[in-house]
Design a binder for this molecule. Structure first.
Ligand code: SAM
Length: 272
């Protein structure tokens, strides 16, 4: 168990899917068609229930049958769910592994490494290590990296509340807490990864994948507010009274208000 339930991942998937940057996915598609054999191997880090695989089925022209997916996660329940849901329609192998052991990840012969809603959890050390792996894999054949839906620290609510900024600051502070990889990069993750990959000679493309949520996303917004409540219940700066007042206000505007949560996508392609 990782703390990411099938229910939560399913709830956020619709917003994730419509927020992924379409042009970046087209670039992925073009690059795969130009540079890779008809049979592809993609490794998805922190795969959860397989949402990146489903996003590719929607946006990438490569036929599902021609892609072998290596779904890597340390949550065996999520992997089992992904396998049971898709083993008839996708070529899937699941790997119950801790991503921290980057040297042991099944990345041999892959053409693309993907990750979604993962990067903000990881540390500088993890990014450095995966960058080195990518450099070394590229000595054998071209390998790209696509990461989606990395939280970037921006949350905007409508209508506004006087505590919105304090809540955002506390949340962004919590984002830097160790999430199993050492001190988390949180909102700085995408920029840090982009810098490292640029230094390593990759062509890096970034794009916005902000969530735009309103009444249609009622259930997701309710869960999102509940999640903030849980994360910040011991926050000393904000205080419990203030947090409760903010949560009540937000709950009362779920169907009449709106919310933007900043995310970004990144694609790194090898030179040439
Ligand atoms: C926010 S979820 C995203 C899941 C999926 N990529 C998606 O977009 O729906 C983060 C995923 O990373 C996995 N994860 C977190 N830390 C991990 C680690 N150290 N090793 C392997 N997987 C990890 C969790 O189990 C979870 O499935």
């Amino acid at each position: 168990m990782s703390g990411f339930s099938v229910d939560w991942l399913t709830l956020r998937e619709e917003a994730d899917l419509r927020s992924r940057d379409f042009e970046l996915l087209e670039k992925v598609d073009q690059w795969l068609r130009d540079h890779c054999a008809k049979e592809l191997i993609v490794a998805d880090l922190g795969a959860g229930t397989g949402s990146t695989m489903r996003a590719f089925a929607n946006f990438v022209s490569q036929k599902s049958e021609s892609i072998s997916w290596r779904l890597i996660d340390q949550d065996s329940d999520l992997l089992e769910y992904a396998h049971n849901r898709h083993c008839d329609s996708y070529r899937i192998e699941t790997f119950d592994l801790d991503l921290n052991n980057t040297a042991l990840l099944p990345l041999q012969s892959v053409q693309l490494i993907t990750a979604s809603a993962l990067l903000d959890l990881v540390s500088e050390e993890f990014v450095d290590s995966i960058t080195s792996q990518l450099v070394s894999l590229n000595k054998q054949q071209p390998v790209g990296l696509y990461t989606a839906l990395t939280y970037n620290g921006m949350i905007e609510w409508k209508p506004g509340h006087s505590l919105d900024e304090k809540v955002q600051n506390s949340l962004n502070q919590d984002q830097k807490r160790d999430k199993g990889f050492g001190k988390a990069l949180g909102p700085d993750a995408s920029e840090y990864l982009g810098q490292r990959l640029t230094e390593a000679g990759f062509k890096v493309y970034s794009a916005d994948s902000t969530w735009f949520l309103d009444a249609v996303d009622e259930k997701l917004v309710i869960e999102y507010i509940a999640g903030i409540d849980r994360v910040l219940e011991n926050d000393q700066v904000l205080g419990l009274e203030a947090l409760k007042a903010w949560v009540e206000f937000r709950e009362s505007h779920v169907t009449t208000g709106a919310c933007r949560v900043g995310h970004c996508d990144l694609l790194a392609l090898p030179p040439g």
